[in-house]
Design a protein around this ligand. Structure first.
Ligand SMILES: *[C@@H]1O[C@H](CO)[C@@H](O)[C@H](O)[C@H]1NC(C)=O
Ligand SMILES: *[C@@H]1O[C@H](CO)[C@@H](O)[C@H](O)[C@H]1NC(C)=O
Ligand SMILES: *[C@@H]1O[C@H](CO)[C@@H](O)[C@H](O)[C@H]1NC(C)=O
Ligand SMILES: CC(=O)N[C@H]1CO[C@H](CO)[C@@H](O)[C@@H]1O
Length: 687
């Protein structure tokens, strides 16, 4: 009751020490605000995070278990034990992990530790979709119209469709996978679509009970930041547009929503505040709506935590929402009243994922090769939890950083976003492409944006130029010379191009021909060493004149080189069998094809081959030595970055050896089996 809440809140409890039950960028983000407020921060970490940035940043850090989150970041007992041991007054759950776990919120309360989040009753109410829609509808928040009744007569269903308003979705109650679903756009085609949906549902599920729902075409995802305190106050901090998504993963978020009028903005905000008040909300929350082309909006759900994309709201309102969270959790009043919250300018956030947009967004684990960030200032924020050289762990979310910018208006902010290129072998090129798209510039966004503009966003990748191929070849030669001079003897690495069987080692200074893997093509390079220390490299019909050296700077290697008189200095990283070159023009990769017999595949570890597509854990081994397989047969199942990957036979043949057992960890590009083609075997035995 309000009485109790007020009683409780009269005791403003100082929070002098906060435990952050999270990792990565959000843990670092919370610590920054805590430091600013003079609050000491306590980190927890798993085996995988021992050397990570959030541990280094905290005032105290405690180990809580092995890498899998179930045994570390999700372990309530361990987190609470550290909270007590460290004398923390409060726990900040960040997002994900325990942030929306009512049991954990209750357990904190039991221990007299403040859970920085809403009351567990609000988390519970909002966690159940049907309950939340009920509460919202009663509070006058628009919800999507629908009919879920028992009367299944044509007349009743059609009358409901008219009441809801066309277009409507006719959906089989037992439906799934798009089966038994039809869209009716007008009264005249309703009955036909209904019959068709029923027919399909009967065939697929042996049940033709239908429900009717308002259909929103190419909807926008618009959400409102709200904040409540223990004194019954609640405010909104305007809306964010997070429409552009891929696999239900947000990519670019912005605030305020493009093209939304002040009137719609106020309606959105007021609806969101009604939603928060309906559940006696305390702390930071987000009310999500879907919005149609006419800017009608409907309640979807409420997230009872700080969102990943909260910084864009901070940028346009000049607030620090983590500071607000700490103050409100201590029992203070909201720092600002609604009329004091001003909207200024426009802000974008781009999420940087360790993933490859050109490889169907498969996440990538492994060391972070290159991270150069724009210098942060008042209008540019880099929210990250990793430093160059850190391992991107396969156990956690692939998001490694967020770039947040602010500008006077949308086009100024967008310009800034594009300017702040983080040269990173992740989704940066894709972000550039996306944020430069004319329809995006015009603010014409919806959840269908990526599929609609697929061809523009994913052009066939441009093959690296002859000059780039020469740079890569030079990088390989210089590294080899390095090794031969005895600085390092790298490799037990089976992919090293410098292994004795590759033929590179023996005649360093002499002419040679190499084959490089460039995209899905093999390119022959004829290399001649000249007396003056330069090289002539023939790529196709073109002969290039190449000189250069590797320069070390700040622990990184740069290829200081000249190709046909043009100077450049890309960053050089050689890892496994691949040369990575990073420059302001973007990144390129050139590989030394893996010998067939080692990889068990013809290519260089393409997805689906018998090599690990990324670092991860072998979940299941489906074959054993001696098994005959045909191309496409599943060999193993791997878990990496929270996703399952089936490794299939790249060709038909016989399994000679299985190189990994269940439960073991395989590095990216590691061969998983030795697979011998039947002809090869036949040849081998005849020799
Ligand atoms: C917005 O984009 C959609 C999809 O590409 C297009 O059909 C529509 O015409 C665009 N709207 C405006 C106002 O340009
Ligand atoms: C050359 O050797 C040094 C010392 O081991 C190493 O740091 C550097 O990265 C090597 N350079 C190349 C191009 O491999
Ligand atoms: C490289 O290839 C060229 C032409 O294809 C040939 O003339 C030359 O002998 C080869 N060089 C070596 C070292 O194999
Ligand atoms: C909108 C945009 O920037 N499109 C670019 C995407 O990338 C390809 C090749 O890298 C360019 O050709 C497009 O112009």
């Amino acid at each position: 009751s309000w009485e109790a809440i007020q009683c409780y809140s009269r005791r403003v409890r100082r929070i002098e020490k906060v435990l952050i039950a999270n990792r990565g960028e959000i843990a670092c983000r919370v610590m920054r605000s805590a430091k600013k407020m003079g609050v000491r921060s306590v980190a927890v970490y798993s085996d995988a995070d021992k050397h990570s940035m959030h541990v280094a940043m905290a005032d105290e850090a405690y180990h809580i278990g092995p890498a899998p989150s179930q045994q570390s970041y999700l372990s309530m007992d361990k987190v609470l034990e550290v909270a007590k041991k460290s004398g923390s007054h409060a726990v900040h759950p960040g997002y994900g992990f325990l942030s929306e776990n009512t049991e954990f919120a209750e357990a904190c309360k039991q221990e007299g530790i403040i859970f920085i989040g809403p009351p567990s009753s609000a988390i519970r109410d909002m966690g159940i979709k049907s309950t939340s829609k009920h509460i919202m509808s009663a509070a006058g928040v628009p919800i999507i119209g629908g009919y879920h009744g028992e009367d299944q007569s044509n007349e009743k269903l059609q009358a409901e469709a008219v009441r809801i308003g066309y277009p409507v979705m006719i959906k089989a109650v037992r439906g799934g996978g798009g089966k038994g679903m039809r869209i009716a756009r007008s009264d005249s085609d309703f009955l036909e679509q209904l019959e068709s949906a029923r027919r399909e549902a009967r065939k697929s599920f042996n049940d033709d009970v239908m429900l009717i729902e308002k259909f929103v075409e190419d909807p926008r995802h618009v959400e409102v930041q709200v904040f409540g305190d223990m004194h019954g106050n609640a405010v909104y901090l305007f809306e964010r547009d997070c429409s552009v998504q891929r696999r239900h993963q947000k990519i670019i978020e912005e605030a305020p929503g493009p093209g939304i009028s002040p009137e719609v903005r106020r309606k959105l905000g007021e609806a969101a505040v009604r939603a928060a008040k309906a559940v006696n909300y305390v702390g930071a929350g987000t009310v999500e709506f879907i919005m149609d082309a006419q800017h009608n909006f409907y309640f979807m759900e409420m997230n009872t935590r700080l969102q990943v994309e909260h910084p864009v709201s901070e940028m346009i309102t000049g607030t620090d929402l983590v500071e607000w969270q700490l103050r409100v959790a201590a029992g203070e009043r909201l720092p600002l009243l609604q009329e004091d919250i001003m909207l200024r300018g426009h802000s974008f956030e781009a999420r940087i994922y360790a993933e490859d947009p050109n490889n169907d967004f498969l996440p990538g684990a492994g060391p972070l090769l290159h991270l150069s960030t724009p210098s942060p200032d008042q209008h540019t924020r880099i929210e990250t939890g990793v430093r160059e050289g850190d391992e991107v762990s396969a156990h956690y979310d692939p998001m490694i950083a967020k770039l947040v910018v602010w500008g006077e208006d949308r086009s100024a902010a967008l310009k800034k976003l594009r300017h702040c290129v983080l040269g990173l072998n992740t989704n940066i090129d894709f972000l550039l492409n996306l944020s430069g798209h004319p329809e995006f510039e015009a603010g014409n966004v919806s959840t269908s944006f990526i599929p609609q503009h697929y061809a523009d966003l994913f052009p066939t990748p441009k093959a690296p130029s002859g000059a780039t191929i020469c740079q890569a070849a030079l990088g390989l030669i210089l590294q080899e010379r390095n090794h031969t001079l005895g600085f390092t003897q790298s490799s037990t690495d089976p992919f090293s191009p410098f292994g004795s069987s590759s033929g590179w080692r023996n005649n360093i200074l002499f002419n040679r021909n190499v084959t490089l893997q460039v995209g899905d093509k093999k390119v022959d390079v004829v290399i001649m060493y000249n007396q003056d220390g330069s090289y002539s490299m023939q790529v196709g019909d073109e002969v290039n004149h190449v000189t250069g050296e590797v320069e070390m700077e700040g622990g990184a290697s740069f290829l200081h080189c000249t190709v046909n008189g043009v100077k450049s200095r890309p960053k050089l990283v050689i890892l496994d069998n691949t040369v990575h070159l990073f420059s302001t023009e973007g990144s390129s990769q050139v590989s030394v094809p893996v010998p067939k017999y080692r990889a068990g595949v013809g290519g260089s570890g393409a997805q689906g081959g018998a090599v690990a597509p990324m670092t991860g854990t072998i979940e299941k081994v489906l074959v054993k030595a001696g098994d005959k397989v045909t191309v496409g047969d599943p060999l193993m199942v791997m878990i990496a970055m929270k996703m399952e990957h089936t490794i299939r036979a790249p060709k038909s043949g016989v399994i000679k050896k299985v190189l990994f057992s269940e439960g073991s960890q395989a590095n990216r590009h590691a061969p998983l089996v030795e697979l011998v083609e039947e002809e090869e075997q036949a040849e081998g035995s005849s020799q």
